[in-house]
Write a protein that binds this ligand. Sequence first.
Ligand SMILES: [Zn+2]
Length: 352
Amino acid sequence: MIEIEAFLDLHTHTRYPDNNNFPSEDIEFAAKNGGFSEILAMPNSEMVIDSIENLNKAREIDKNLKITIHRAGALTKDLEGKELVNYKEFVENGVFIFSDDGKSLIDNNLADEAFKSVASLNSAIFQHCESNCHIKPGDIAPPNDNDSLIPIDEKEESEILLRDIELVAKYGTRYHAQHISSKKCVELIKEAKENNLPITSEATPHHILENNENLDLSNGLYKMYPPIRTEEDRIALIDGLLNTTIDAIATDHAPHPESTKIVDFKNAARGVVGLESAFPMIYSSEIFSIEEIKKFMVENPRKILSEIGYEVKIPETNIWQACNKEFKTKSQFNNSIFENKITKIEKVPENV
Ligand SMILES: [Zn+2]
């Protein structure tokens, strides 16, 4: 038996408000079943959280759930990267994180303005780094010999990250690099931290545990952004966590209906679910000690959110027991790449 405080996920896609295909109870269930009591919801729901009106609609639903949902606002209107959101209004309403997650803020002039404005409000930018997101979103990490798939070069991530680090140095903006996937990005963040810039970062369980060797291109489940990269990148992420370059493990929980994932790679939607599998799979990999996992999934995420200004709760304690069985998603959306993989730990059912 292991007793461990409930986790806080810095990266969940709730899909609601305004998408009845994704019931809020399912996010609540997935979180609780995975041992999470708090999540940071990304603003790219069907109704984008780019106005206080939309924020309040999301909060109306959030308040009925038995988990705590922290809200982030969009960086730009409708995530289009053309017009900044009114950050001040959001700050006045208790939202201190801004992200266009799913897309990057590309335009350099607008990014300059955003970083300056967010810094002046003592708030934070959480960036999904992807330079071609608006013009030619890709499918897969190189090397790739399938001509129909668009490669996503590592530069797509590192170029945006590098530009952002320069803006952080210019304005002192609190910055968090989301779902880092490459060795190059780990190196850039390490250097930025050595220069005492206010930067944190996260990596997902799927990037920590998988590489792109023998990737099954007939299986759309494996399509996500950033793509799963090489073994060298995977090892760099693990080293990055161990040497404090990367602060947190975050799930990027992205539920999708089967009809958009059980299709070929080219036509598949991007993203995997992760709340239920995160702890069991990370624990079962035996890469990290339980103390290290607590740091990446409990302590550091809580520290990051509370330092930015959010009120994090005192976490409940969950009880987990040893097992040796196939992992099965129990919530409605099971677009998990870990389905049927062996897990060595499970949450004690009475506690779910
Ligand atoms: Zn993202």
